[in-house]
Design a protein around this ligand. Structure first.
Ligand code: MN
Length: 447
């Protein structure tokens, strides 16, 4: 299983839009990606100005496509992800693969890295799946990081203080640079596993292998002590410097606003290998794909946590309007008064970046903002059903939060219907449908 095999699958289903006109990596490709961001097919840019490589975008752009890649129904997705997180399995290590068709001297300028937004610091790799080991070899980690191209052999890496940061800090303490592999163009299961909030010490490649039914194969890098998916399109071998830092950014993050500039470590690229006609994978910052890859695993965390405090959680949606990160809409089967508030508290506990949360009944479509607004309009009383938590830690991605400490105010809305009032008072009136009108409607309106 590879990105290539998934693209073949999508081609058969007619889910790839081929763009044959020559386009530039600087703003032109991102502009088209942004134009057709929502519920849009995979985009394959076949002709680039200045490069011979093709660029693929929007691979994990919809929930439906992610489920197709993992060959599972959306109803099973959360269960299957939890199972993979809990019982990871080691992938097979192979000696040779098509990834080694071209092994060459590092030159980042030969790769069609996109420059996305007007004031971005420069070209950024946004689909990099990075593997590293701790210096003692006991811990392995795989995660996604943005990489700013500095020159033909150097990148700046944004290290949020999580697992890779910790491995780098441990290496630094031992006076060493940290070896990494940077894989670009991988199967969606690898992207999703690398974005999963599993504990430090769990190797996300093992999680991907479970999601891929034991079909992930890894290859050892030649110049560094790290592994990469054997059928990735392109792999850069590098070292994160223990001492050298550079100002990274500005760069647009998931909210569509510019993240602040920070001093971040420099990565030196020491080796490059790729398929003969490799396809470069692009992810648009703040696009649907970015939101889904970042948010979906956290929906699972919330779903698990809320399931422990209310009898049945229906759907958890980190909504697009909240950048797939700051707003959640949850539908539950309410049994007792107060279930809605407990669901809100569990959601905030499970996803610390969460800022605003809405809980609705299962007859409300959590993916339809008007439907959710209707529930707030007809089932919610601010004096009773609102929770406000001041000075909690949130996300610095929210421009209105304290940018140093991340302190923010959180707000929860319980828009489930009150059980004390008659149920029919809250039900949407229906119009009876005859066979005749059903057929007529399909003929006239196509639905
Ligand atoms: Mn990790």
């Amino acid at each position: 299983m590879s990105l290539r095999s998934f693209l073949d699958q999508m081609e058969t289903k007619g889910e790839i839009l081929h763009i044959k006109d020559a386009v530039s990596t600087r703003f032109e490709i991102p502009f088209i990606m942004k134009k057709c961001d929502e519920e849009c097919p995979v985009l394959l840019f076949e002709k680039l100005k200045k490069y011979k490589t093709k660029v693929v975008a929007n691979v994990c752009g919809t929930r439906k496509r992610i489920c197709e890649a993992l060959t599972m129904d959306q109803n099973d997705l959360y269960d299957r992800l939890v199972e993979a997180w809990r019982s990871p399995r080691k992938p097979e290590i192979v000696e040779d693969s098509s990834l080694k068709e071209v092994v060459e001297r590092p030159d980042l300028y030969k790769i069609p890295v996109l420059t996305h937004f007007e004031n971005d610091a420069g070209p950024y790799v946004t689909s990099a799946v990075i593997h590293a080991k701790s210096v003692d070899g006991n811990v392995e980690n795989v995660s996604v990081h943005r990489l700013q191209v500095l020159d033909e052999r150097h990148l700046a890496i944004r290290l949020v203080p999580r697992h890779l940061y910790e491995l780098w800090r441990m290496a630094k303490e031992a006076g060493k640079d940290l070896d990494i592999s940077i894989a670009i163009g991988v199967h969606p299961a690898v992207m999703l596993a690398a974005s999963s909030p599993v504990p430090f010490g769990v190797n996300e490649f093992d999680v991907a292998n479970v999601l891929m039914n034991n079909n992930l194969h890894l290859i050892k890098c030649e110049h560094v002590d790290a592994y990469a998916p054997a059928d990735a399109e392109l792999v850069l071998e590098g070292r994160i410097s223990a001492s050298r830092t550079v100002v990274e950014g500005p760069f647009v993050d998931v909210t569509g606003t510019y993240d602040v500039e920070r001093k971040q470590p420099v990565v030196e690229i020491v080796g490059v290998m790729h398929k003969d006609n490799y396809v470069y994978q692009a992810v648009l910052p703040s696009g649907s794909e970015h939101m889904l890859l970042m948010g979906l695993p956290h929906e699972v965390l919330m779903w698990e946590a809320i399931s422990k405090v209310v009898p049945k959680v229906h759907i958890v949606n980190l909504s697009r309007g909240g950048s797939g990160w700051l707003h959640v809409i949850v539908s539950i089967e309410k049994q007792l008064e107060g279930d809605g508030k407990n669901a809100l508290l569990a959601a905030f506990a499970a996803h610390p970046s969460l800022k605003h949360a809405v809980v609705v009944d299962t007859d409300i479509d959590v993916y339809n903002v008007s439907d959710v607004e209707w529930a707030i309009a007809t089932r919610f009383q601010a004096s009773k059903d609102l929770i406000i938590i001041e000075n909690a830690r949130g996300s610095t991605l929210d421009s209105s939060a304290d940018q140093e400490t991340g302190l923010t105010t959180k707000l929860g809305i319980d828009a489930t219907r009150p059980l004390a009032k008659p149920r029919d008072k809250f039900e949407r009136a229906r119009i009876p449908m005859s066979k005749h009108v059903e057929e007529l409607s399909r003929k006239l309106l196509g639905k």
